[in-house]
Design a binder for this molecule. Structure first.
Ligand SMILES: N[C@@H](CCC(=O)N[C@@H](CS)C(=O)NCC(=O)O)C(=O)O
Length: 219
């Protein structure tokens, strides 16, 4: 059986979790306690970089969430979560990459602010502008279709959706992005999203804050 090593509050591992559900696969979730378990020899034998998610499929171990999604799509092609037309394929890849390379880094300072770990208004404003730029671009890529590059769900929806979901929590409304808001509403109605939902409670925020503080050497 497939095994997913994960943390329920990680957007990086949730994208794999949702893909496994959408593909209708049998899998076992193994929670990794990121307060140190990722540095054990047993875990590092799977991922020397000490990061979740890790997918194990019999003899095959795959790290890096986007590589895991590609593996799942190729190994378990039905239902397809990738469009076939070159232009649509490009949209899916662009949206995946822009999520991890543009949106995520822009969100980090605002997450630090939300957690009370950063108090630089100029940096927060700059992040807000970068997020608006990203959201405008995402909405253009969506166009009038139900999903990115397709009328059915794609990997881009899973990758972008699990990240854009956090934007309102950072104090930014999606009101100006009607198509994106409608798309997000469609996503969260799916059973895969409901099943993998982890409410962001004050306890969860505290856990994230403690971990971030430890990483940047504050106590
Ligand atoms: N590029 C990696 C990023 C994975 C990643 O950053 N995982 C975080 C959780 S979201 C992690 O394992 N952190 C543990 C640590 O930093 O010690 C991917 O997409 O899989």
């Amino acid at each position: 059986m497939l095994k997913l090593y994960h943390d329920p509050i990680s957007a990086n591992s949730r994208r794999v979790w949702i893909t496994l559900i959408e593909k209708g696969l049998d899998f076992k979730l193994i929670e990794v306690n990121l307060d140190g378990e990722q540095f054990t020899p047993a875990f590092q034998a799977m991922n020397p970089f000490s990061h979740i998610p890790v997918l194990v499929d019999c003899e095959t171990t795959v790290i890096e969430s986007l590589a895991i999604l590609d593996y799942l799509e190729a190994q378990y092609p039905i239902p397809a979560l990738m469009p076939a037309a070159p232009k649509d394929l490009a949209i899916v890849r662009m949206v995946e990459m822009a999520t991890v390379n543009e949106l995520f880094p822009a969100m980090n300072p605002l997450i630090a602010k939300l957690l009370g770990l950063m108090n630089d208004e100029a940096a927060a404003e700059q992040s807000t502008q970068k997020i608006h730029r990203a959201l405008t671009w995402f909405e253009q890529q969506l166009g009038d279709r139900a999903y990115f590059g397709s009328e059915t769900l794609t990997l881009a929806d899973i990758v972008a959706g699990t990240s854009i979901l956090f934007v309102p929590m950072l104090g930014m409304e999606l009101n100006h992005y009607a198509k994106l808001q409608a798309w997000l509403d469609r996503l969260v109605m799916r059973s895969s999203w409901k099943e993998s939902d982890q409410p962001i409670t004050p306890e969860v925020l505290e856990k994230v804050k403690t971990r971030m503080k430890a990483r940047i050497g504050q106590h």
